[in-house]
Design a protein around this ligand. Structure first.
Ligand code: SF4
Ligand code: SF4
Ligand code: FES
Length: 335
């Protein structure tokens, strides 16, 4: 099988990347990492790449292929090209991280964000002497996806919020944050949730789903972020725009069956944020004039006379049902 690669090359300290193309014959079973190692061994010994286990365990070979982050050792060439021998795979280093050389990125920001979430258990009290904590299977099963993380950085590479805000704590660290906050042995859940709810934390994710799509281990970081949001709201940590937005959204749907466009903005940014409310007001007026918004939406959700869609019983049933599906944090059992 013919393999065609176009690899982004960057020399240390240079801001001027270039592309090198390679073409050679290989077995059908070749992985992208095999192909890159072939290049380094037989075509161009200056190619910089990072790898170790070659078995999707160590997390060191993440890179972008055709614009999407993958583990090179897990990506079969034939699966990327679909068997099209003319397909030239464009191989680039991970995004959202500085490049050290070629396909090798500096992961210091990845690790510093991981440290930012205090990624270790902090029990409220030690177990009784000569005893140990025991947790239910149910509690640990809920955490197994998160424990599968191999710290490869693929989710961070393709996170769309990080592209515009380098302070965002980012998917891998927030998935780790869930792993410790939801562990029944941890005693700092509330403090953690307060911290994770601050600027650059759980409410800054736009739910683009990229981290779920690229994670090679099924950690689904976005879903873990959503679980942290639910935990924060349940604990009354709602003094932020994200939580307020969620609450007014839910109240609006539960009360009237649709978004109340008038009250979404003040309900999210706060009633006294006059600047922001004034800025959004013309949009609301245009919606109303265009017939996109019932005029009785000026009445806040939950108040007498507020707008109600037909079939509200069914909407409320759906809301009740989804609320009952939320996983509960399991209890610790000491032996
Ligand atoms: S879902 Fe959130 S955390 Fe995941 S990639 Fe998108 S913005 Fe980033
Ligand atoms: S969450 Fe997935 S993509 Fe992100 S670092 Fe962990 S294993 Fe890699
Ligand atoms: S080389 Fe270890 S995960 Fe790819």
């Amino acid at each position: 099988m013919k393999v065609r690669l176009k690899v982004k090359r960057t020399d240390p300290g240079s801001n001027e990347p270039r592309y090198s193309s390679y073409e050679f014959e290989a077995e059908q079973s070749v992985t992208l990492l095999d192909a890159l190692i072939h290049v380094r061994e037989y075509e161009d010994g200056t190619l910089g790449l990072r790898c170790s286990c070659r078995s999707a365990i160590c997390g060191s070979c993440a890179m972008r292929v055709d614009g999407r982050a993958r583990l090179a050792c897990r990506a079969k060439v034939i699966a990327i090209t679909g068997g099209d021998e003319d397909h030239e795979m464009v191989v680039e280093p991970m995004g959202n991280m500085p490049v050290i050389k070629d396909l090798v990125t500096d992961m210091e920001s990845f690790w510093s964000k991981m440290r930012q979430v205090d990624p270790y258990l902090q029990p409220a009290q030690a177990p009784p002497a000569n005893e140990e904590y025991r947790v239910t299977n149910e509690a640990m099963l809920d955490l197994t996806h998160t424990m599968n993380c191999i710290m490869c950085g693929a989710c961070v590479s393709d996170c769309t919020v990080l592209e515009v805000d380098k302070n965002f704590i980012a998917p891998a660290a927030l998935a780790k944050a869930y792993r410790v906050a939801a562990d029944p042995r941890d005693g700092k859940e509330h403090d953690r949730l307060v911290k994770y709810s601050e600027y650059s934390g759980i409410w800054d994710c736009t739910r683009c789903n990229m981290c779920v799509e690229v994670c090679p281990k099924g950690v689904a970081p976005m879903n873990r972020i959503l679980q942290l949001r639910e935990m924060a709201i349940e604990q009354g940590i709602t003094n932020n725009a994200g939580a307020r937005h969620t609450n007014i959204f839910t109240k609006s749907i539960t009360d009237g069956g649709r978004l109340n466009e008038v009250w979404m903005v003040p309900g999210s940014v706060g009633l006294f944020n006059i600047g922001r409310i004034t800025k959004e007001m013309p949009g609301a007026i245009r919606l109303a004039l265009a017939g996109k918004m019932p005029f009785n939406q000026v009445i806040p959700p939950g108040m007498p006379g507020s707008h109600k869609m037909k079939g509200m019983d069914r909407v409320r049933n759906i809301v009740r049902k989804s609320a009952s599906l939320k996983p509960k944090k399991a209890e610790v059992k000491s032996s």
